[in-house]
Ligand binder design. Structure first.
Ligand code: F0G
Length: 459
């Protein structure tokens, strides 16, 4: 049995949680039209909807909040963020923005032309969205192992290098605008990418003169996996692993709401291309505000400059990854199917395997997420056919390759006992799995439906 890695911190401030009864939760779900995004967070006991912006800041970060400099131009926090980026990533230029998707909006127009494609190990939804908005085509080339949820593979997030070479040859170099390496690979289950794969991808990019961008949302967790799973890195400091990972790319976009442990914030990094950085600054002003605040308050910049270091602390990462492994292993011991090994920020339950009687068009991932809320007030989300949506042309429901229910774990927020509650709830659901019903959609918007669609259980 895996031991829980004890917290490398103690608790100074608490946020009470409301307890609800099953009967109350049944009513809340009817009122929310069986959409977990429509619940009041006060009616949620354990919130695993996302690990983004939901972390607990440290006392040092809160001290930074109080001393934040709110000057419009040249604020102290801006300089601290610049110094941190130079130190941690060894990039010459950085631009703060308000969150990850803003970084994509500001950077991508300088790299991707209409009609070009963007190749990634896997695009996150907003990355895919920004590529599409620019008239580009997103292409995912994750390794085949990502789809095998049962077998241990150390780096299931990797880019398939053979398919990358073949794809570039097929579409022509001039039609590839950029390569985006997402670390860790969120959509494949928070799975890491190895250093050798980042390097190999970068060699392909360099050979063809294609810019390579890192989607750095969970870069620190990725560095920890390299340290613990890749030969030759056991004795290398996390910060040096980070420097090496980023040395292979030309630029990065970052949602700082994950590994930089802030409630709001993002970053663009440019390694050394001054011309590109001038373009980035040019688009920051209309989209995000003046360059020295980039959509953030001065206090947010302070918290970000501190969080960047806290996120790469080796003891913190050991606890963080250990927490996810603890939950994953306890669930596996109980026979609950999931993407194995567990990734960095979440446990991805295999709803297709747990609820084989629910077909994809009745949304097994969503059905399991709803059942978890009913059972114990736990909020999670579907990463499967419900999220995938209908075909934009035929309006037919598409079938996802994997039907996941994602338990995304906020940083420094929940304790071992909370995880045990989750395990107990899933054991009960597993015992009665054949009674769980599928769902149908009664209303949906034209795009990104999973946030606002209305559903009802199938009788
Ligand atoms: N890239 C990745 C890999 C992400 O996971 C996210 C957000 C973004 C970019 C966009 O960043 O939200 O700050 O604009 N992921 C969150 C999630 C929302 O729940 O996985 P953002």
């Amino acid at each position: 049995m895996r031991k829980y890695v004890a917290e490398p911190f103690k608790i100074k401030m608490v946020e009470p949680l409301k307890m609800t009864t099953r009967a109350e939760r049944e009513e809340k779900l009817i009122a929310a039209n069986y959409n977990l995004f429509a619940l009041d967070s006060d009616d949620v006991y354990i919130d695993f909807l996302t690990d983004s912006g939901t972390g607990a800041m440290s006392d040092t970060q809160w001290a930074g909040i109080v001393s934040g400099d709110e000057s419009y131009a040249g604020a102290r926090g801006y300089k601290k963020v610049m110094t941190a980026v130079k130190d941690i990533f060894n990039y010459e230029y950085a631009q703060p923005v308000h969150q990850g998707r803003a970084a994509e909006q500001v950077l991508f127009p300088s790299l991707l032309k209409k009609g070009q494609c963007c190749i990634s190990n896997m695009h996150f939804d907003t990355t895919r969205g920004h590529v599409t908005l620019l008239g580009g085509t997103p292409i995912d080339l994750v390794v085949a192992e990502a789809k095998d949820t049962l077998t241990f593979m150390p780096f299931k997030g990797n880019m398939d290098i053979d398919r990358l070479n073949a794809k570039i040859a097929e579409v022509g170099v001039e039609n590839v605008g950029m390569i985006v390496m997402t670390i860790t690979n969120n959509s494949a289950g928070g799975q890491p990418v190895s250093m050798s794969n980042i390097k190999a991808t970068s060699e392909v990019a360099k050979k063809h003169g294609i810019p390579m961008v890192i989607d750095a949302a969970r870069y620190a967790e990725n560095a920890y996996f390299i340290k613990t799973r890749e030969e030759g890195y056991a004795d290398v400091e996390i910060i040096d692993i980070v420097r090496e990972m980023f040395s292979y790319a030309d630029a990065f976009t970052m949602s700082a709401k994950k590994d930089a442990i802030v409630n709001m914030g993002g970053l663009i990094g440019v390694k050394n291309d001054e011309e590109l950085f001038v373009k980035v600054k040019g688009l920051t002003i209309p989209y995000e505000g003046f360059v020295t605040y980039g959509g953030l308050a001065g206090r947010d910049l302070e918290a970000l400059s501190i969080g960047l270091y806290e996120g790469i602390d080796a003891d913190f990462l050991k606890y963080r990854i250990g927490q996810i492994e603890y939950l994953g292993d306890k669930l596996r011991d109980a026979g609950v199917p999931l993407q194995y090994p567990t990734g960095g920020h979440a446990v991805f339950l295999d709803a297709k395997e747990l609820l084989p009687h629910i077909p994809y068009h009745q949304f097994p991932g969503q059905a399991l997420a709803l059942e978890l809320y009913l059972e114990a007030g736990i909020r999670s989300c579907d990463i499967g056919s419900y999220m995938l949506d209908v075909d934009p042309v035929t309006r037919e429901q598409k079938e996802a390759e994997m039907e996941f229910t994602r338990l995304a774990i906020p940083r420094r927020v929940y304790t071992q006992a909370h995880f045990d509650v989750v395990v107990e709830a899933l054991k009960t659901i597993k015992e009665n799995a054949d009674k769980v019903k599928g769902y149908e959609i009664t209303w949906q918007p034209p795009i990104l439906r999973h946030f606002t669609a209305k559903l009802k259980p199938i009788k």
